[in-house]
Design a binder for this molecule. Structure first.
Ligand SMILES: [Zn+2]
Length: 440
């Protein structure tokens, strides 16, 4: 069993606790060769104890793992699929898949006498570490990566975690989303999927923030292939929200935009820590990566809630949104065995739920679409004139992008078009007018 730095190739026996590469600060992954697959009679993820790094003396658990794999009937029919399974990770103790990794990390930290945790993270990771660190009487200090869902902040505080504005004094164990021990916990998702005996899994769809979850799922399947439990890796599909999709864009060789905040804030990570590993994992399985927009994510939340009774946070619904796109494109067949990951619980973000209920349109107040609508509110005009007006206002945008925005807006019913003197003229609808009013 050895650590391997994914960046510089540093290799070292797993005899101590390393969060990052001691030479270059890169991501460490723990690799091992396992002779055969056999499980132990222990609850949750600990059933797979022999495939974890042997650095713990005691097990500290809150009951993570062994989450239900829901065989969908209603959503399956809606999409006209033969088989659709939903891995419901919202059922973990703190409401996200992260608990799987935290249980291992905490158990190992106890045997090394870790005195405190310092966490730089988005909500779910900080909430999980804050909850579990109590098991070993260690406090968690979190510097939050904003924005954070309210529910997650309340979780952190009620579990007894502390929010700090700067790095705490040493010694501490630093927790990052890329942590090698977290990966070891997340990989149990693949183990469980295979143990659920649903036949060969053809495709699995995974939301990506740091890319750690997707990489871990790949690692789990890879180990199962090496142990001859399964013959092939399923095709893995990664999904991000289009406003902040650096991994997807990099995968497709596109320019990475700065990274805005969308609705799926848990995965709106402009600097994904395991980007390279996630890309390699998807390539290795002949999968693909897709972007979904906020409206598609909201549709995914509604579908999961109404058809399956699973209330997920936006990050967790990205996989359903992606499923629709992949089916439309023919990348996933209707008769395949498909698994979608429902990663985190919806009640963590009450503000988001309210936004959805009040008809959130996914447009920021100063977004390009809103600006286009405002221009059309003054006067109906040809796309070229819209472009000219925007340029006068100091916006840099291509003419092609204007057409794209106008087509989107027309599809959503905010503008309409007619031909006048052989030219297409766009004008604002009453729906468009009320949208502008609501964003003022
Ligand atoms: Zn290194």
């Amino acid at each position: 069993m050895y650590y391997l730095c994914e960046d510089c190739g540093f290799k070292h026996n797993v005899d101590g606790m390393l969060a990052r590469c001691p030479y270059c600060g890169g991501n460490l992954t723990i690799y091992n060769e396992f002779p055969e697959f056999s499980v132990e009679n222990l609850p949750g993820i600990w059933r797979y104890r022999r495939y974890f790094p042997k650095l713990f003396k005691n097990i500290f658990s809150l009951g993570e793992g062994r989450t239900p794999l829901i065989r969908s009937f209603r959503l399956k029919s809606y999409f006209k699929l033969k088989n659709l399974f939903i891995k419901d990770e919202t059922r973990n103790p703190t409401g996200s898949f992260i608990d799987r990794g935290t249980s291992i990390l905490i158990s190992i930290a106890e045997s090394f006498g870790v005195k405190r945790f310092y966490c730089e993270a988005r909500g779910n990771l900080a909430a999980s570490i804050s909850a579990y660190s109590n098991l070993i009487k260690v406090k968690t200090y979190t510097r939050l990566i904003e924005p954070i869902d309210r529910g997650k902040l309340y979780q952190i505080l009620l579990y007894g975690g502390e929010i700090v504005s700067d790095v705490v004094a040493k010694p501490f164990y630093p927790v990052f989303p890329t942590d090698p021990f977290l990966v070891e916990g997340y990989k149990t998702i693949s183990y469980e999927l295979v143990e659920d005996h649903i036949g060969r899994i053809d495709a699995i769809i995974v939301p990506m923030g740091s890319g750690s979850l997707l990489f871990s799922i790949w690692k789990g399947f890879k180990e199962l292939v090496e142990m001859n439990v399964i013959d092939n890796l399923p095709r893995i599909y990664g999904v991000q929200e289009s406003v902040c999709a650096p991994i997807v864009r990099s995968f497709h060789g596109k320019r990475i935009s700065k990274g805005h905040r969308g609705i799926a804030i848990e995965i709106n990570d402009p600097n994904p820590g395991r980007m390279k590993e996630a890309i390699n994992a998807v390539k290795d399985t002949n999968g693909d990566m897709v972007e979904v927009n906020s409206m598609q994510i909201i549709e995914g939340i509604k579908l999961l809630a109404r058809f399956e009774g699973i209330l997920v946070e936006p990050a967790g619904a990205a996989s359903i949104a992606a499923l629709k796109i992949l089916l439309d494109r023919g990348e996933i067949d209707f008769d395949e065995n498909i698994v979608v990951m429902a990663t985190g619980a919806g009640l963590k973000g009450p503000k988001t739920l309210l936004k959805i209920l009040s008809g959130y349109k996914g447009f920021r107040r100063n977004s390009m679409k809103i600006n286009i609508l405002k221009i059309l509110a003054d006067k109906s005009m040809h796309p070229y004139s819209v472009w000219k007006k925007l340029s006068e206002k100091g916006f840099t945008i291509s003419k092609t992008a204007i057409y794209q925005h106008l087509n989107d807006l027309e599809r959503l019913g905010y503008v309409s078009s007619k031909f006048s003197d052989g030219r297409k003229i766009f004008y604002l609808t009453s729906k468009g007018l009320s949208l502008i009013k609501s964003t003022k």
